[in-house]
Design a protein around this ligand. Structure first.
Ligand SMILES: [Zn+2]
Length: 93
């Protein structure tokens, strides 16, 4: 059965991988990886300072995007990832 993250949420309120809950439960210096079948999101990582990163697999590489945990709640279901955009502000480190 296909699994989708809460950023994709193709069936509105139905999703399998809750990015916010994952980030909430993470301890510092740990990451949780998952496989969303619809987008490039691959893991959530929390660094030693408690900063949270969304890890995406792009161009054969893992890229870390700093995110606010609040942004993970506000993620809206949309197809915007198809255009390469995000639903929240990210800064490439
Ligand atoms: Zn996804």
């Amino acid at each position: 059965m296909a699994e989708y993250c809460s950023q994709c949420r193709p069936f509105e309120k139905s999703f399998d991988i809750d990015l916010f809950q994952i980030a909430l439960k993470l301890e510092r210096d740990y990451s949780t990886s998952f496989l969303c079948e619809r987008c490039n999101n691959r893991a959530i990582y929390k660094d030693e300072q408690g900063l949270i990163y969304l890890v995406r697999f792009e161009r054969n590489d893992y890229n870390y995007y700093p995110v606010n945990i609040e942004d993970l709640i506000k993620l809206k279901p949309s197809g915007s990832y198809l255009k390469g955009n995000f639903d929240f502000n990210i800064k490439k480190s």
